[in-house]
Design a protein around this ligand. Structure first.
Ligand code: ADP
Ligand code: ADP
Length: 221
């Protein structure tokens, strides 16, 4: 069954210099448990599409359904809550909070959702799962390598057990060997049933996906 469905989604950015139409009417369905790569030239609308799926922004027109629910019918509070509970996001630049330790970065969205610290061991288990040991868990992001930071970002994205994991160029800042290690983790998550949507330029990275959707000029090619 589709966990993500877009029906003629358009996105226009109004700018003083004139409107930019980033998405020109995207329709697609992604089933539960699928691993989908989104490819296409720079500026074709890939990040805009991912941000729509991640509810960071709303469509200018068209409908986005997540787990069968039309996001148009949700107010901003409901959408924020859906984002916190159903979507994990990882980025090319990791986007960890510099002042927090690795452990605290992973725990942060847990606290946002549960309004208390993690007393279940979940943060520790996720860090172990991505290969960050207790010693590294106490370090701040700037004391860690890019690969270690991305591992922490993956653990953070999973802490509230989201249905969907969105990845925007997850290996874009990593060397090829580290990229492979990160892709092995994502591949593992996929085999455990997680739905993954990943924007990438890299064909080797896209090979981990079941299916590739190519975007050109704001449309599915
Ligand atoms: P890609 O991820 O494929 O490189 P983007 O989704 O980033 O493409 O961009 C698609 C188009 O929308 C580009 O023309 C880009 O300049 C424009 N765009 C993206 N984000 C914004 C924004 N926040 N404001 C205005 N224009 C934007
Ligand atoms: P549960 O899913 O019942 O909490 P797990 O300890 O198997 O039990 O999983 C904890 C979370 O971490 C889950 O979201 C699971 O998908 C993920 N996870 C655990 N181990 C791995 C692994 N080796 N590779 C990928 N994901 C994992």
């Amino acid at each position: 069954s589709p966990v993500i469905e877009l029906d003629d989604v358009k996105k226009i950015y109004p700018l003083p210099s004139g409107d930019v139409t980033a998405l020109r009417g995207i329709s697609l369905r992604i089933d539960e448990g699928e691993f989908v790569a989104i490819m296409g030239p720079s500026g074709s609308g890939k990040s805009t599409l991912l941000n729509q799926i991640g509810c960071l922004d709303r469509p200018t027109s068209g409908d986005l359904f997540l787990a069968g629910k039309n996001t148009r019918e949700m107010d901003d509070r409901e959408l924020t809550s859906l984002r916190l509970t159903s979507i994990g996001y990882i980025f090319q630049k990791f986007n960890l909070i510099p002042l927090l330790s690795a452990y605290e970065n992973v725990e942060y969205p847990y606290i946002m959702k549960h309004r208390k610290n993690d007393d279940t061991g979940r943060v520790r288990d996720l860090l172990a799962m991505v290969g960050i040991d207790e010693n590294l868990s106490a370090h701040k992001p700037n004391e860690l390598s890019g690969g270690q930071q991305q591992r922490i970002a993956i653990a953070r994205a999973l802490v509230n057990d989201p249905a969907i994991l969105l990845c925007d160029e997850p290996t874009g800042n990593l060397d090829s060997q580290t990229s492979l290690q990160i892709m092995e983790i994502l591949g593992d998550l996929h085999h455990r049933g997680r739905t993954i949507v990943m924007v990438t330029h890299n064909p080797e990275t896209a090979e981990y996906a079941d299916r590739t959707i190519t975007i050109r000029d704001g449309m599915v090619a």
